[in-house]
Design a protein around this ligand. Structure first.
Ligand code: DAH
Length: 354
């Protein structure tokens, strides 16, 4: 028994892993284990012999069992320690660099314009980019023979042969959203409609797709004075400085009277600075909504009146952020996007300044 004890105590102490330990358990106290066989031989002993050997054998069995259990716990602890050492994570290490996208200046400026005009009570309305010619032209008091149609370099969609209906167009301005909104929501209203517009024109200052924002305010006593105040508030907030405006009498089929609006600027070393000097830069068209346009939108012009304006977003972005070439806006050149783009978490809001 002493030999058995010595043998197993030292083998258990030396076991390096749980499989070895399990083998030892089977070998010692398993069904056919050495100690178990000894226990079985108790039956063949005389009563006195058994009295002596029984308790000793039991004690040996207990001792080996607890040595096995203790070793098992120790092996488990060691394995856990090993894992903790191996999987240790240094949370103070700097994070890996990740490629980050940026917000396109057009998106940024659209958000800025929206934030400013939302603060003045305007909400955002949208319309389709493929428009019927009625919404894009007729409803806006631009009949078929009107020169404005020809001037707009319109993209027409294709009709199947024999289909005599006028083809849809890629909207040439955001003004059709005025009509859609009036039809759906009536008066009074105060909305802006930012979005893409299309004209078949491509040179230094024109791209076939560009962005506009339309404004429309209808109520019982709206006047040109409200238009002027709204636009001056807008420019001052947008450029972050007092900007003088100049209203020039003009003509649009959908407004009467109509005005083109210039903002004060100065040319310095070939680039333009807004809000100082005594040059002027045209930035938008505007006026009092034509009675026929109100009518087309289902609103009674004897009861309601309103102002409207249409502004080029791309132009505003170029002016505010000193971007020289319009065409680069839509080239998807990553270097340009990284240079002129905005951080995605740095979204415009009035409280922080735009
Ligand atoms: N739709 C015009 C354009 O694309 C811009 C415009 C002028 C819009 C006068 C208006 C407006 O709402 O009143 O050139």
């Amino acid at each position: 028994m002493d030999d058995l004890r010595e043998k197993y105590v030292s083998l258990i102490a030396a076991a390096a892993d749980e499989t070895t330990l399990e083998d030892l358990r089977v070998q010692a106290v398993g069904k056919k284990g050495e100690i178990s066989l000894q226990m079985r031989s108790l039956g063949k002993m005389s009563a006195e012999e058994r009295q002596l050997a029984g308790p000793k054998l039991n004690a040996l069995k207990d001792e080996i069992n607890s040595a096995l259990a203790a070793k098992k716990t120790a092996l488990g602890d060691a394995a856990l320690d090993e894992r903790l050492r191996g999987e240790w994570l240094d949370v103070t290490l700097p994070a890996r660099q990740r490629a980050m996208g940026s917000i396109h200046p057009i998106s940024q400026v659209t958000e800025e314009v929206t934030a400013i005009l939302a603060d003045l009570g305007f909400s955002v309305a949208e319309g389709p980019q493929i428009e019927s010619d009625w919404y894009n032209f007729d409803a806006l008091n631009i009949p078929g023979h009107h020169p404005a149609r020809a001037e707009m370099d319109t993209f027409y969609t294709h009709r199947a042969e024999g289909d005599e209906r006028p083809p849809h167009v890629l909207r040439t301005h955001t003004s059709p959203v005025q009509i859609r909104h009036m039809e759906a929501h009536g008066a009074p209203c105060r909305i802006i409609c930012p979005g893409r517009v299309y004209r078949a024109d491509y040179d230094q200052t024109h791209t076939p797709m560009f962005n506009q924002v339309e404004g429309l305010a209808i109520d019982k006593d709206i006047s040109m004075a409200n238009l002027k105040w709204t636009l001056e508030e807008f420019f001052t907030a947008f450029f972050g400085t007092n900007v003088k405006t100049r209203f020039r009498a003009s003509h649009f089929p959908f407004t009467e009277p109509s005005a083109e609006v210039d903002i004060q600027c100065q040319w310095k070393d070939g680039s333009v600075v807004v809000g100082e000097g005594d040059d002027w830069l045209e930035v938008l068209g505007s006026g009092m909504v034509h009675p026929k346009v109100l009518q087309a939108g289902g609103i009674d012009p004897a009861e309601w009146q309103g102002f409207a304006f249409g502004m080029g977003i791309d132009r505003m972005a170029m002016l505010k952020y000193g971007i020289p070439d319009l065409r680069a806006f839509f080239d998807s050149d990553l270097r340009w996007l990284r240079h002129y783009g905005f951080a995605s978490l740095d979204q415009p809001n009035l409280a922080a300044g735009l």
